[in-house]
Design a protein around this ligand. Structure first.
Ligand code: BGC
Length: 363
């Protein structure tokens, strides 16, 4: 079994305190095989670029570094495929199953099947309500929403009684509810006091970007084009909104929020079409999940600093919750310095001059 402490990332080292059990004698402590085998199911590649461009790469790197076997697959938005992949992984003998659910119902079934076979489970990024996974690894998602709300308010400074449209994430993603709780905690008091005007407020099933665009188009029609700011829950939805604003000659004058610090999101910020994104250090998230998976495969149950309450079962799930960082035109360099965004890719072609203007430099 691998020595766990040496493979911990800085963030996970702070977040986790290992129990002393099974330390020191160098013997295996409960894994089925000498080399742990870890299965990961990602949700799709359309709702956000992050899953295939960031999460997959960082998880692979973490598993490689830990010297474990792994299988990372993507359900591509299909609940049926999600379940089939899980069944196949269980049949092929994974010791730990790490999942990003497409909704809590199908996610919980998969966790239940894993448990029935003695396979440990980790909810990665999204909590499976009523699922009872062994661990939850994510960010402080209410804080993500708060940062979106606070930065939108800054971007709207000087606008008289701005009308804000809210384009929420998927109603079946617990994170989308947490994001909304976060930004509404900032915006609701402003609506109540009359400083801001509450505009249309809609959820986007499965975070479907195209549907988000259609929904926003309708919002613009319903308000006679009077939207002053848009709380879009992630960069994909933000881009769909910006495309509609462009068609109406409004891009750049209506601030739009985002999340994930995707290449497209950062470029939209450079172009002045998006007012912010939220950077979540996915490398730390992937490292924390990999560390926990390796521990679980070895029969260890590391203690975590945090827990979250499953809203359905009321159970406390041991959790690693990382800190999100707001990014505006003034702080894009942070994402480059962290190695998350590649300067050459970000600043290619038409973005070269904009990068210079923003003072961006190679890592
Ligand atoms: C994740 C976001 C992502 C969204 C759509 C959420 O659960 O936390 O980072 O943008 O799903 O995939």
């Amino acid at each position: 079994m691998k020595v766990l402490k040496t493979s911990l990332s800085a963030a996970a080292a702070i977040a986790l305190t290992f129990t002393a059990a099974a330390c020191g004698d160098g013997t295996s402590s409960g894994g089925d095989e000498d080399t742990p085998f870890i299965g990961v199911i990602l949700p799709d590649s359309a709702s956000s670029d992050r899953w295939e461009t960031a999460d997959r790469a960082y998880l692979e790197a973490a598993f490689e570094a830990a010297g474990v076997e792994y299988d990372i697959q993507n359900a591509q938005g299909s609940r049926e495929d999600f379940q089939t992949i899980a069944d196949q992984m269980l049949t092929s003998g994974v010791n730990v199953l790490v999942t990003v659910n497409l909704d809590s119902g199908t996610g919980a079934t998969v966790i239940e099947n894993a448990k029935a076979q003695g396979v440990a489970t980790i909810d990665y990024d999204r909590l499976t309500e009523g699922g009872g996974a062994d661990y939850y690894v994510s960010f402080d998602n209410e804080r993500v929403g708060q940062l979106q709300g606070e930065t939108l308010v800054q971007c709207l400074e000087g606008v008289d009684t701005p009308l804000v449209a809210e384009l929420n994430g998927s109603p079946t993603d617990n994170n989308a509810t947490l994001f909304k709780n976060g930004y509404d905690s900032v915006l609701d008091p402003l609506y109540d006091s009359g400083e801001f005007e509450k505009g249309p407020d809609e959820w986007v099933p499965d975070w479907d970007n195209a549907q988000g665009g259609t929904t926003f188009d309708q919002m613009l029609t319903d308000t006679d084009g009077q939207v002053d700011g848009v709380l879009a829950a992630n960069d994909g939805l933000a881009h769909a909104v910006i495309t509609v604003l462009e068609r109406n000659g409004l891009n750049g004058t209506v601030p739009v929020t985002g999340q994930d610090a995707t290449l497209q999101g950062l470029q939209n910020i450079l172009a002045g079409d998006q007012c912010m994104t939220v950077y979540k250090a996915i490398e730390e998230e992937a490292n924390a999940a990999a560390d926990l998976a390796v521990a679980l495969a070895g029969g260890d149950m590391p203690e975590t600093d945090a827990t979250v309450t499953d809203p359905e079962s009321g159970d406390e799930i041991p959790a690693v919750l990382l800190e999100p960082v707001p990014i505006t035109i003034d702080s894009i360099q942070t994402v480059i310095d962290d190695g998350f965004a590649d300067y050459a890719e970000l600043c290619a072609g038409e973005y070269a001059d904009l990068c210079d203007e923003a003072g961006l430099q190679e890592q």
